[in-house]
Every structure is written in C-alpha cells, then in structure tokens.
Write a new protein. Structure first.
Length: 272
C-alpha cells in the first residue's frame, strides 16, 4: 500500500515538474512574442510616420509647384497685356508720321523721316507724275517737292513744308526671323490701315536683283506701297514694296539699312 502511495506522489511531482516547465516555456515564448509584437508595432509606427512625413513633403512640393506655375502664368499674362498696350501706343504715335501720297496718276503711302519734313515712298508711286500731294493722319494736305529718286531701289524722297516728326530708322541687321512686325498703309484706298504679322525671312532677292528685302506675312495690298514696316518699338525696319501676286502672306519690304544709305545719297547729306 505504501509503495502505491509513493508511486502516486512521484507521478504527481512529475506532472507538476512537467507543468512548471511547460508554463516556463509558454511564458518565455509569450514574452518573446509580445516583444516581437511591440518591436513590429514600433517599426510599423515609425514607417507610418516616415510615410506621413514623405507625403506631407510631397504634398508641400506639389502645392509650391502649382503656386509657382500660377505666379509664372500671371506674369506671362501681365507681359502679354503690357505688350498689347505698348503696341497700341506705338501705333498711335506712328500714325502721325504716316501719309497718304496721291499724284495725278497714282496713289500710295509714305512716311516722315529726319526732321519730319522729308517723306519716303516708292518711286513707282510718283513716277511720271506732275503733281504730288501728301495727306497726314490729321487731315493736313501738303504739296510735295520731289527731292530725288533711285529707280533701281524703287525709292523716292519728297519734301513738304510741315513737320510730321520723323521715324527712327532701325538697324535691319538686328531684325530676326519670327519677330513681330506692323505695316501701316492705304490698301485699296482704305487710309491708314494697320496690319500685323511676323518676319518670315531675310535677304530675299527682289525683281531688281537686290538681295535686300525682308519677307513678311503682314498683309500688303495695292496702296501699301511706300508705307513703313515697323518693329515692336515703332522703328522702321523696312519699306513696303511688293507682294507675290495671287499669294497670301508673301509681302516684301526694302530693308532699313538700304533705305538709310539710299536716302542720304539722294538728299546729298545724312538726314537719317
């Protein structure tokens, strides 16, 4: 009987030892799992915080980029507006220096240079005429004296008793393809018409063999002959001379450097 009791006690002790070992192992594993979970949560929280910071930075960059683009766009709009206003003012001043040229056989356009009493136009406008008159934008009419002409360059210089204020003659070597240009003339009798376009090409050869013509898509029609071709600063870069018949956007103007040299040569002194 005592032997059985000892065996029972031994079994109980063994079970207790096994349970104790199991509890210790489970506790150890639980602690390990809890520690791993805490580490994972810390890492996850850190990753989430990093992602939040990165997203906040990226959102901030997007906002700054959009804001900069908006500011740039507004600057461009203001620049366009100011350019349009300036061009309007330039044309308003330029019209005062442009004239309608009429003769007993023809009509065209001219513009004042020098001290404002000299008028440049195409020679074919006044060729073989016996009376030449010019009318200003303000309606004043002057009888013009023919100072001289260059038939090859198709240029004539007139002189009036009034002072219309002279255009600045630009250096045509500085003209570039693609820049804006404005023509003022009297196409088909429509006095003081303004047309706008760009410079299409440079150094084109004319029917006279001179490679001194600026090609432009500015609309030119009969009556524009002798009118000024202006840059955005209101300076003369050429004189409207001819267009390709039957074509649109193919106008040609004698470049300003030739105008300057030929005019001074005709007058016999430097007036421009």
């Amino acid at each position: 009987m005592e032997h059985h009791i000892n065996v029972l006690y031994g079994a109980v002790v063994l079970i207790l030892i096994i349970q104790l070992v199991s509890f210790t192992f489970v506790s150890s594993q639980s602690a390990k799992l809890i520690s791993q979970q805490e580490n994972f949560e810390e890492k996850l929280t850190g990753s989430i915080n990093i992602l939040k910071q990165e997203n906040q930075y990226r959102i901030g960059e997007i906002v700054r980029t959009i804001s900069q683009q908006r500011d740039d766009f507004e600057v461009q709009i203001d620049l366009i507006k100011s350019t349009q206003i300036d061009l309007s003012l330039i044309i308003e001043e330029a019209l005062k220096k442009v004239v309608t040229v009429t003769t007993d056989i023809s009509a065209g356009t001219g513009f004042a240079v020098g001290d404002g009493s000299y008028i440049l136009t195409n020679n074919h406008v006044i060729d073989q005429s016996t009376l030449v008159q010019v009318q200003s934008y303000n309606g004043e009419v002057y009888t013009a004296e023919i100072v001289g002409f260059d038939a090859i360059a198709d240029l004539a210089v007139l002189k009036i008793s009034g002072d219309l204020g002279g255009f600045v003659i630009a250096d045509s070597d500085n003209v570039v393809i693609g820049e804006k240009a404005v023509a003022i003339g009297n196409p088909l009798g429509l006095s003081f018409t303004v047309t706008e376009g760009i410079i299409s090409a440079l150094d084109r050869e004319g029917p006279n063999g001179l490679s001194s013509y600026i090609q432009t898509d500015v609309t030119l029609n009969p009556g524009n002959s002798g009118g000024p071709l202006l840059n955005k600063d209101g300076e003369v870069i050429g004189m409207a001379n001819f267009k390709v018949g039957g074509a649109e956007g193919l106008g040609f103007a004698l470049e300003s450097n030739i105008l300057r040299s030929k005019t001074n040569e005709i007058v016999g002194m430097d007036i421009i």
